[in-house]
Design a binder for this molecule. Structure first.
Ligand code: 13P
Length: 239
């Protein structure tokens, strides 16, 4: 599974052109490709890709039902717009908007309730890694899901070390393997995909995908360029 997180990028015309370019990329039927455009373009992009196998996702949503919540978009809305997944707990949202795994539980439940799947992000900061707390942090971010009895069979997890996001510094194969083993041990399931994210590029992709336990990637910057995104998909397929 290779998912592009476009973050807060693209105007409408660029977004549609990029979606069309992604749709034109060849890939085998066993590789699932997803794109997560800004919420405003979801509807139009879902229309563009509707006869393809490309999945469309939202970058966030709230877990509440309809109501007086100015500016918010809920899980039913993004589902209705054509999404099949929602990124939740991205480190940029954890850092800027105070989201935590505990606060996200109702959103996870709401997303699952619509039939979509959450792409639940976890990852440590540079400081946490340097002080030897990386795995404690990631385990702590996953534990609320287990405590709440969430069915992890319906979830995708993305390990995204914060220090690797947008920095060009992808984690080493060893770091990735160790953390993916930790995640797998905590969730205690073999069928939950665990993606890696953080500066995945055509240059780093082979290394990332050769790391044991990696089920694919959550790609930021490189997913804004169709050729780079295609090269990452190709790296996954030759693994
Ligand atoms: P980059 O690939 O730009 O490092 O971003 C990773 C990410 O945050 C994907 O969600």
């Amino acid at each position: 599974m290779i998912i592009g997180n476009w973050k807060m990028n693209t105007l409408r015309a660029d977004a549609l052109a990029l979606a069309k370019a992604v749709m034109g990329m060849g890939c085998s039927s066993s590789t699932r490709i997803g794109i997560c455009p800004p919420a405003l373009w979801i509807d139009a992009i879902a229309e563009v890709v509707k006869h393809s196998s490309i999945l469309v996702g939202a970058q966030d949503c709230v877990g509440d039902k309809f109501g007086a919540q100015t500016g918010s978009i809920n899980a039913d809305m993004v589902r209705n717009a054509g999404c099949s997944m929602v990124i939740l707990g991205h480190s940029e949202r954890r850092a800027r908007f105070g989201e935590s795994s505990e606060k996200l539980l109702n959103t996870v439940v709401a997303v699952l309730g619509t039939g979509m799947f959450p792409v639940f992000c976890v990852g440590e900061t540079k400081k946490q890694r340097e002080s030897g707390k990386a795995s404690d942090v990631v385990v702590g971010q996953l534990k609320p899901l287990l405590t709440a009895g969430i069915d992890l069979g319906g979830i995708v997890i993305a390990y995204e070390p914060v220090w690797a996001i947008g920095t060009g510094l992808s984690a080493t194969r060893k770091d990735i393997e160790e953390m993916h083993a930790t995640v797998r041990e905590v969730i205690n399931r073999d069928d939950t995909p665990v993606l890696y994210g953080g500066s995945v590029s055509p240059e780093s992709a082979d290394d990332v995908f050769n790391a044991r336990g990696v089920s694919g990637a959550l790609v930021g910057g490189a997913s804004l360029n169709a050729d780079k995104f295609a090269a990452i998909v190709a790296a996954w397929e030759r693994k």
